[in-house]
Design a protein. Sequence first.
Length: 335
Amino acid sequence: MMMDDLKGKVCVTGAAGFVASWLVKRLLLSGYHVVGTVRDPDDEKKVGHLKRLEGARERLELVRAELMVPGSFDAPITGCDGVFHTASPVIGLPKSDPKAEILQPAIDGTLNVLRSCKKNPSLRRVVLTSSSSTVRARDDFDSALPLNESSWSSEELCHKLNLWYALSKTLAERAAWKFCEDNKIDLVTLLPSFVIGPSLPPLLCSTASDVLGFLRGETEKFQWHGRMGYVHIDDVALSHILLYENENAKGRYLCSSTVLDNHQLAAILSARYPTLPIPKRFVKLDRPHYELDTSKLKGLGMQFRSIQEMFDDCVESLTAQGHLPLIASSLKPTS
Ligand SMILES: NC(=O)c1ccc[n+]([C@@H]2O[C@H](COP(=O)([O-])OP(=O)(O)OC[C@H]3O[C@@H](n4cnc5c(N)ncnc54)[C@H](OP(=O)(O)O)[C@@H]3O)[C@@H](O)[C@H]2O)c1
């Protein structure tokens, strides 16, 4: 039997992205045949790292697709048993038009992908990469109780505070649930918190650049985060595959290791990497305290790596890529 026959064929949208590249890596290592969609398969700077993954030569196809082009995903999705829809704009601040830059590609793009899923008779399940920002952007909850998957971010608050990314993910996930219920598509959604770890793409995505900035002493982005959940990129990839493979997976799944205030994160990291100029002072924001309840995903067997492990891997990789001085990771404690 060929390796392809063992695990079947799956599509990953936005395959060259930070999260998706690691998912593709894990899917190939597990024996899947992967069809990865990218906006430009000829752009070696964007896709070269995917072609070099173990198993890529035998089991990775890269196909052009664009979220805003109707029918663009028909060809890559046809014949796949599973679809991992990760493509979505991850932009902190839009240049001029949040609707065109963030909201439409996220929401209309998700529906575009799902329309292609509907046309595919061999489809078994869709795993949508949503975000913990679809749960926590609200100010009307009891801080004593951890937020779980029953919570949805407030569209009103997102509008009021210009939280375009959170709004895009919230509306995209809601639209996906409605479309899949109407069309009897088996959908499961994964809601990662802030993803930390090595970047396979050599060009750092927006969140990975924010982390690099923080490790180099910039306060701005993490000041705005205030309190945030963090999760290791490999745990995010493994969680996607767990939700795809586990017959009992149903509904939404928060995916997060630890929630920390920015000053708590800064204290852990400055003690661990004393040579890095990690910011020390943050203005306390008037936002509600929250925890995330991840017992649903843990109930399927997922175990999350610690803050220390995710940042060790991240710092090591940023150092190897030349973004941080060598001394940062060589002075890292061994425990
Ligand atoms: N990073 C995090 O902390 C985090 C946390 C929770 C959830 N997520 C979710 O994880 C997914 C991936 O995010 P990421 O952090 O890996 O960011 P990323 O590296 O910027 O990946 C985003 C991907 O979406 C693709 N994309 C954007 N607009 C597109 C369009 N109009 N047509 C086709 N493809 C388009 C990008 O393609 P190009 O490569 O061509 O630009 C890229 O591959 C997103 O759904 C995001 O919401 C991320």
